[in-house]
Design a protein around this ligand. Structure first.
Ligand code: 5RP
Length: 222
């Protein structure tokens, strides 16, 4: 928790007065958004937030961050968490089932910064299953395609609700174990399956990763 707070607060320093900021989703970006709310109060900076989920929308709004959309503004800087980061700064995201909108907002940003604690740094992606958002009508057919691609799909089940997780977009999530040799290729191939909205591999779009370690902060760049 402490490392997540540290990287969240560190990333908040990168936001400048006048910026339009992509508000990532998850427990790490919670601290980033919290600090932005504090900076608005204490430094009176003027910023707008573009949420990547209902979670970041509600948090940002409650902390007094003016909210806007991609229809109205370009994003100067997006800050988001990740479930895995490899040495080429490819990511797996979607532990919170928000990867579709996260990818849209993060990719559109002039600067995309990822904040993680050191447990998320891996030598190769794939210990964490790849989240795949699927329209409910394609649940069976997408599963068959994923198995043909040598994935092991598991429908994500909800907690404190019976049945599957339903995303912010009204869809289901498969968590798919893959042996990932080429993240870019796999990201593209999964997205060609009819009924797939998007998957949680983010290849080659990160500008900077801020890693929280017991010994301090390390910054990884492309
Ligand atoms: C949500 C995400 C999150 O950014 C990712 O799961 C990391 O979350 P946390 O900061 O809670 O570990 O991709 O869809």
């Amino acid at each position: 928790m402490e490392l997540k707070r540290r990287v969240g607060y560190e990333a908040a320093k990168l936001v400048k007065d006048g910026d339009v900021v992509g508000l990532g989703t998850g427990s790490t970006t919670h601290y980033f958004i919290e600090k932005l709310g504090e900076r608005i109060q204490t430094e009176e900076i003027n910023i707008f937030g573009v949420p990547t989920s209902f979670q970041s929308f509600f948090l940002g709004r409650d902390l007094g961050i003016p909210i806007t959309t991609l229809e109205e503004h370009d994003v100067d800087i997006a800050v988001d968490g990740a479930d895995e980061v490899d040495p080429e700064l490819n990511l797996i995201k979607g532990g919170g089932a928000a990867h579709t909108l996260e990818k849209i907002v993060d990719e559109s940003a002039s600067l995309f910064v990822v904040i993680v604690d050191e447990t998320k740094i891996v030598s190769e992606l794939g210990s964490f299953p790849v989240p795949v958002e699927v329209i409910p009508q394609a649940t069976r057919t997408v599963k068959e395609h994923l198995i043909e691609m040598e994935g092991l799909p598991k429908l994500r089940m909800a907690e404190r609700k019976d049945g599957p997780v339903v995303t912010d977009n009204g869809n289901f999530i498969y968590d798919v174990k893959f042996n990932i040799k080429n993240p870019k290729k796999l990201e593209t191939e999964i997205n060609t399956i009819p009924g797939v909205i998007d998957n949680g591999i983010f290849s080659q779009i990160v500008d900077k990763v801020i890693v929280g370690k017991d010994t301090g902060i390390e910054v990884l760049k492309k």
